[in-house]
Design a protein around this ligand. Structure first.
Ligand code: UDP
Length: 236
């Protein structure tokens, strides 16, 4: 079977790397995610990863702080995660390059779009760190932006929940599960999939988003093969 997509962005939240502890980096959890990534990499798929930082710090954690400073701290947190992912992927013999939106040349390359695309063509996984490099944004918006920049066919939005619901299925047993949504539905219903800036950017640039759960061990592969899992958000 052939993969459905040739070039994808995988968005991993910081929390996805934390395992049951809910904070920091849990190595077995990261290894499990990376072995899924290796599996699809070995199929020839070009993979760029955008990683969040919520397992260490989010802008909103800094109550009473200057908002931009708190956001820069969040961007640095994404960099810790990027290095953690790089290390585990390299251990699995997957070639990786980290590119940061804020220059820190001693530890990673700066973000250069054309170079990122070249890495992908040369069969390297690229990890985008430090978000967009700007406060007041999120790593979901980064995923949308980078997807547009590198011509990714889809954003694979890996979550701790298996799909998009109209309310929290953990607290509401009647919650409705969606298998398909339009961008406008997400925006109008205020569904908490990704922030509205990220959703709008995907809508304007016609980038589909597949929301799915990372808890199923084969889900990244299933998503890449075009299986109907999770919720697809696209033009209808
Ligand atoms: N952030 C930012 N600009 C960006 C991306 C991220 O300021 O372009 C900051 C923001 O404070 C955010 C934090 O970095 O809360 C961590 O990113 P995010 O919350 O998106 O991580 P996730 O929830 O995916 O773990």
């Amino acid at each position: 079977m052939k993969p459905k997509y040739k070039r994808v962005i995988i968005k991993l939240s910081g929390e996805a790397l934390a395992g049951s502890a809910g904070h920091g980096i849990d190595t077995p959890t990261v290894q499990a995610i990376c072995s899924q990534i290796k599996e699809v990499f070995d199929l020839g798929v070009e993979i760029a990863i955008v990683v969040g930082g919520g397992n260490f710090w989010r802008g909103r954690s800094g109550e009473g702080m200057d908002k931009s400073t708190a956001d820069y701290m969040g961007m640095l947190a994404t960099c810790i995660n990027a290095l953690g992912l790089q290390d585990v992927l390299e251990e699995m013999e997957v070639p990786v390059r980290v590119q940061t939106a804020i220059e820190m040349k001693q530890i990673a390359e700066p973000y250069i779009r054309r170079k990122a695309v070249r890495h992908l063509e040369k069969r390297r996984v690229v990890i985008f760190a430090c978000g967009t490099g700007n406060p007041f944004f999120t790593t979901d918006t980064t995923a949308a932006l980078r997807a547009a920049e590198i011509d990714a066919e889809i954003i694979l939005l890996a979550k701790s929940i298996d799909a998009v619901y109209d309310s929290d299925p953990l607290t509401n047993s009647e919650a409705i599960r969606y298998s398909e949504l339009s961008y406008i539905d997400v925006l109008n219903q205020g569904l908490k999939v990704m922030d509205s800036t990220a959703t709008s950017l995907c809508m304007d640039n016609h980038i589909p988003i597949l929301v799915f759960g990372l808890n199923e061990p084969k889900n990244i592969l299933r998503a890449i093969m075009g299986e109907k899992i999770g919720t697809i958000i696209q033009e209808v």
